[in-house]
Write a protein that binds this ligand. Structure first.
Ligand SMILES: [Mg+2]
Length: 281
């Protein structure tokens, strides 16, 4: 994903989180995961969250049906981020809150290995509609390839993600999935950014992966929960003015899914949060 992430498998995660000992307190320290309680309750239990995501994907389906009727020389593709766009990792976030823990890579990777994330409400119908319209479905995720002692290959996370997507009802046989840390397929290595050329793999910047898709397809829609799913943002910060710069795209070809639990918008410490918010003048 993601910079941030159930079980008898839940036992594995609990053990991991306990060992991590990463809960912290104090105003200048990283905020406690308990800060996420309201966000987790909203995302995991409310009718409102499911209504928002279902509405976004229903509107996108209507728009895509119109786009698919246009004449194009090249095949069309829709590009979707995975975490909090297609797969809903709120059980991981909920566990962090329950354990008073914060995100860390080991617990996240154990969550990914469980292949247990439910689908974001509405997305499965959208992907099925895209496929029946002949539009290629591409997933570009910042889930990171990382070898595991108990798995074969350099990127067990790719197998986990495909299996999870398949399990929620998405036919992945004719889709494309690009992860962070993967070696680009033939023809796309020259599209790597200068920063990526050092180790020859894709970084968290999704720009070169979108360019790779564009070699063979017209990207007609983008879906994500972070600004970088649409356009790379220097420093990862996405203040509100940034949305206004691209107002012509929202809800037409760019579709942002709500993610109240983490993101480039979220300061790390309580002090930083207090410095940002504004009350009544
Ligand atoms: Mg995401």
């Amino acid at each position: 994903m993601m910079n941030y992430v159930r079980t008898p498998a839940i036992v594995l995660l609990l053990v991991c989180l306990g060992v991590s000992g990463c809960a912290t307190t104090g105003d200048s320290a990283p905020s406690s995961a308990n800060d996420n309680m309201d966000a987790v309750v909203w995302q995991q239990t409310s009718a409102e969250y499911a209504a928002v995501t279902t509405g976004i994907y229903a509107s996108a389906t209507t728009a895509l049906e119109a786009i698919a009727k246009t004449d194009r020389a090249r095949s069309m593709a829709v590009v979707l981020d995975v975490d909090e766009t297609v797969l809903d990792n709120v059980p991981y976030q909920a566990q962090l809150v329950l354990d008073d823990a914060t995100y860390e890579g080991e617990s996240w990777d154990r969550w990914v290995a469980l292949r247990a994330a439910p689908a974001t409400p509405g997305v499965v119908d959208f992907i099925q509609a895209s496929q029946s319209l002949g539009v290629h479905v591409v997933f570009i995720t910042n889930r990171r390839c990382r070898a595991r002692p108990d798995s074969t290959g350099d990127c067990p996370q790719k197998d986990d993600t495909l299996a999870n997507l398949q399990d929620v009802g998405i036919d992945t046989t004719s889709t494309t999935l690009f992860l962070r840390g993967e070696i680009p397929p033939e023809g796309c290595a020259e599209l790597l950014t200068a920063a990526e050329q050092d180790d020859g793999t894709w970084s968290s910047d999704k720009t070169s992966r979108r360019e790779c898709v564009r070699l063979d397809h017209d990207i007609v829609m983008l879906f994500g929960d972070q600004f970088g799913d649409f356009k790379e943002v220097e420093g990862g910060w996405s203040g509100r003015d940034l949305a206004a710069e691209f107002s012509e795209y929202w809800g037409k070809t760019w579709f942002m899914l709500p993610n109240p639990t983490y993101g480039g918008w979220k300061p790390r410490t309580s002090d930083e949060k207090r410095a940002l918010i504004r009350g009544v003048d």
